[in-house]
Design a protein around this ligand. Structure first.
Ligand code: C2E
Ligand code: MG
Ligand code: MG
Ligand code: MG
Length: 291
């Protein structure tokens, strides 16, 4: 900064402080992996027409044992991506969720799909598919029950590579989804290039539906385009009845958000799945079709 020696010193001090904090968090995260200190919350995804649970999304929860603090994923995932520990976390998550879904299959209450969030950085790693195969060999009954979500906002440039990886996942019966759709730069071109089963319309668009007429036009266009491409659309972050109605008008038939369910504990989601199974077997077991 011109003439701002003090400001410069302050700036580097801030950076050093952040760097230190991230190093500490990375150490805490690697200890958490070793100690299995993570848990999951599960958020259902509903079919709007009859409120059947068509999928659940696994959301990571971490209580830092050293500080006793519950750290939101928005904070530790970004730090994990910067430090590189993210791929270890993502593989751990995949293995744990695979084991969990395998148990649900055995009990006859598995939802049609379970969505797992992953960083695009993990998908780009050389050993990624080999790691997935290793876990699939342990749980051969979960094929077709899993979907990997990656966030469009941080998607990187190696399209060819990503397309290959998505195709290989598809070969293994694993579906793919683009999360937070609409937050990146290249949404539409991406859908044309890459084999994707689902997109999740980012909640900023869903929130805009009540107040912004343009948001309605955008969402309706995304839904129509996706349908033409054989892609299923999920509206995420649905908090109000008005947003739900607007999504219906736009033709979006899969819903996720606080209005119908917050992320809930495993026991609660199992109760929900058991109930759905008891009252309406066809909807609980009907596969979510994609292309
Ligand atoms: P995401 O995948 O887009 O997940 C949706 C986030 O929005 C979740 O936050 C969820 O609790 C929250 N949410 C759901 N419905 C509503 C709603 O109606 N209103 C509002 N305001 N929020 C809602 P969460 O659990 O804190 O996760 C934040 C992000 O962290 C996720 O965004 C995902 O990108 C990432 N993440 C979570 N678990 C994992 C994981 O296992 N691996 C990786 N790589 N990333 C993860
Ligand atoms: Mg997600
Ligand atoms: Mg996300
Ligand atoms: Mg999202």
């Amino acid at each position: 900064r011109p003439g701002g020696g003090g400001g410069y010193a302050f700036f580097t001090k801030e950076l050093a402080e952040r760097d230190l904090q991230e190093r500490i968090m990375t150490l805490d995260l690697s200890r958490a992996l070793a100690g299995n200190d993570f848990e999951f919350a599960f958020q259902p995804i509903f079919r709007r027409a009859d409120r059947a649970v068509v999928a659940i999304e696994a959301l990571l929860r971490w209580t830092n044992r050293r500080t006793g603090e519950m750290v939101p994923p928005a904070r530790f995932i970004a730090a994990a991506e910067r430090s590189g520990i993210i791929s270890r976390i993502d593989h751990w998550v995949f293995a744990r969720v695979a084991a969990y879904v395998s148990g649900l299959v055995t009990r006859g209450i598995a939802p049609p799909l379970t969505m797992i969030n992953m960083s695009p950085l993990t998908l780009e790693e050389a050993g990624f598919i080999a790691g997935i195969d290793q876990i699939l060999r342990k749980f051969p009954d979960i094929g077709g029950h899993l979907c990997i979500e990656i966030t469009e906002g941080v998607m990187v440039d190696d399209r060819v590579r990503l397309r290959e990886t998505f195709r290989k996942l598809g070969d293994r019966g694993i579906r793919t989804a683009i999360d937070d759709f609409g937050t990146g730069q290249t949404s539409v071109a991406l859908l044309r290039d890459i084999p994707v089963g689902f997109i999740k319309i980012d909640r900023s668009y869903v929130a805009g539906l009540e107040t912004d007429p343009q948001a309605m036009a955008i969402v309706a266009t995304i839904v129509r385009l996706s349908r033409d491409l054989g892609i299923r659309v999920i509206g995420e972050g649905v908090e109000t009845q008005e947003q739900l109605s607007a999504l219906e008008t736009a033709g979006c038939d899969l819903i996720q958000g606080y209005l119908w369910s917050r992320p809930i504990a495993a026991a609660e989601v199992e109760a929900l799945l058991e109930r759905a199974d008891a009252t309406d077997p066809p909807t609980a077991t009907h596969p979510v079709s994609d292309r």
